[in-house]
Design a protein around this ligand. Sequence first.
Ligand code: NCD
Ligand code: ZN
Length: 347
Amino acid sequence: MTQEITLIRPDDWHLHLRDGAMLQGVLPETARHFARAIIMPNLVPPVVTGAQAVAYRERILAALPEGAAFTPLMTLYLTEGTDPADVAAAHDSGLVKAVKFYPAGATTNSHGGVHDVDKVMPVLEKMAEIGLPLCVHGEVTTPEVDIFDREAVFIDTVLDPLRRRLPGLRLVMEHITTEQGVAYARAGGPDLAATITTHHLILNRNHILVGGIKPHYYCLPVAKRERHRLALRQAATSGEARFFLGTDSAPHVDALKEQACGCAGCFTATNTLPLLAHVFEEDAALDRLEAFTSLNGPAFYRLPVNDTHLRLVKHPTPQTWPEKIFTEAGPVTVFNPGFPVFWHVES
Ligand code: NCD
Ligand code: ZN
């Protein structure tokens, strides 16, 4: 029997589009299925000022395929030199929907991020005042802390103290990967939310490391033990308003993934929706997929839900998608879940 589900058109609340030839190559993959996305500012150089965000938004709009209806929601990259007045002006004009906090050195192009939270307090105080959300990459970078513990340690030593210091700050815990992340998000009030990626619902650390190292499964925060994956599955499929989709689709050309020191990032823009339908069906939660992809995010960001729809159909035979997207910057491997997927986006 064919099964189908119609969703209010989804949004992606955490997306890397890059710039130039890569932007041109990967943008259609997102614009095909998503109405809007929160665009990560970790370019080289990063998108720090309102003026840089205006220019980046123009480049994204110019790269859109003819007839695509896609709205990029811009963010600013928080640095210790960020000017609170510039952030407030970018928010007032409607341009910027969030500010991104990268602990310095935590991930791709994050060296210009925050070393000392004290130095960014004036910006965070202004954001609390105007209701502008802070998107947080929640990992400590202390070399002594094991990479699998970096999220849990960040929650205890950076995030919780910050939230106590500035309770009015609206905050998104980005791409949570642990049961501690799930529990902390759940314990917060309506001003705390968490995004969950597609790949963290599918992968645990064995998938990366057992039977040979899988560079296309390596991302940051790195996938954790199975019990953490199960906690994320339970959170995503719960329908709870505080959890929503942020794919963290992060394209790198294959040459940079498949080398002695490979880049972090999974590219899931192409097949995220069929994969999510598969995951939610497996957990008997298809009726809660729309909350995760299309309702909870806009509610947190205080934006209207989309007024168009997207239909997914489950076919009797496994569906296919391109193994790679051939951009002018080079080939980018599409995330391979390692199991057959019967769902397909029809329209
Ligand atoms: C992201 C990237 O490549 O920009 N990589 C990743 O593994 N997720 C950065 C990030 O979001 O951490
Ligand atoms: Zn990211």
